[in-house]
Design a binder for this molecule. Structure first.
Ligand code: ZN
Ligand code: ZN
Length: 255
């Protein structure tokens, strides 16, 4: 297991790309100081975990940014697998309340006992786990789902995840500056009115403001794939002066 690494199990976003598997989905596997965090187990996460040489048993923390299925369709399969059918409960699940409670939760009720502790994500919350912290600082505006920006911090590392949401001015304050990696769910090449997703223009503004050491764009829709994410990332690097990478399925970064 690579200490301090981030692996993209999938990089697809939106209905067509994810639900026709034009790119893989399944979220990200983050190892921070030896702690394994599975972020956004979308469709196929269970398969991609094993395909990439990971094992669900090694998961310490599962984090879900929001209840849309491209981000959590495999939550139950992964929890079932990771807990060996509830026999070995996992330490921690971090997710907005509408993923776990209410009349239409994503997590099946019997699998609640497969998790030792569930902590709801709320605005400005700091969750301590062993020698790391998970922070939810930013509320996003995203259709029909509570959604929060997430930060994963150790003593000297900072990984910031900017999930889906419609851009608003408030997003230019609140996230941490100078992260080791800042991941942006960049669904569209340009602004599309009425959609609850970030565009390249929005992400450029945020990169200029927060100046991470490395920015990564992912969660690609059809228009984004047609526009070629690699070319877009190269252009964004030139425009912002910050290194920007376009994620590909299976991409692993060390930090
Ligand atoms: Zn999404
Ligand atoms: Zn969504």
């Amino acid at each position: 297991m690579l200490k301090n690494s981030l692996t993209f199990l999938g990089t697809g976003g939106g209905r067509v790309v994810v639900f026709r598997q034009i790119r893989h989905s399944g979220g990200m596997w983050l190892n921070l100081e030896g702690i394994n965090i599975l972020i956004d187990p979308g469709p196929g996460s269970l398969i991609r975990i094993f395909e990439r040489g990971f094992d669900t048993k090694d998961i310490d923390v599962i984090v879900v940014s929001h209840r849309h299925l491209d981000h959590c369709a495999d939550l139950n399969s992964v929890v079932e697998s990771a807990s060996e059918s509830t026999k070995n409960p996992k330490d921690l699940l971090v997710a907005p309340i509408d993923v776990v409670e209410g009349d239409d939760p994503i997590l099946l009720k019997y699998l609640k006992r497969a998790i030792k502790e569930y902590i709801p994500v709320e605005e400005n919350k700091e969750i301590a786990y062993k020698n790391i912290k998970i922070l939810s600082k930013m509320k996003h505006i995203h259709e029909g789902a509570q959604t929060y920006g997430l930060e994963f911090q150790s003593e000297d590392k900072k990984i910031v995840y900017v999930p889906c949401g419609r851009f608003y001015e408030g997003m230019l304050k609140g996230y941490s500056e100078g992260a080791d990696i800042m991941i942006f769910n960049t669904t569209f090449p340009r602004k599309v009115e009425g959609y609850y997703h970030l565009s390249v223009d929005d992400v450029e503004l945020m990169i200029k403001k927060y100046r991470p050491k490395l920015a990564v764009i992912t969660h690609f829709s059809i228009p984004m794939l047609k526009a070629d994410p690699e070319k877009i990332a190269a252009k964004m690097s030139r425009k912002t002066g910050v290194k920007v990478l376009s994620a590909f399925d299976g991409m692993r970064l060390q930090f």
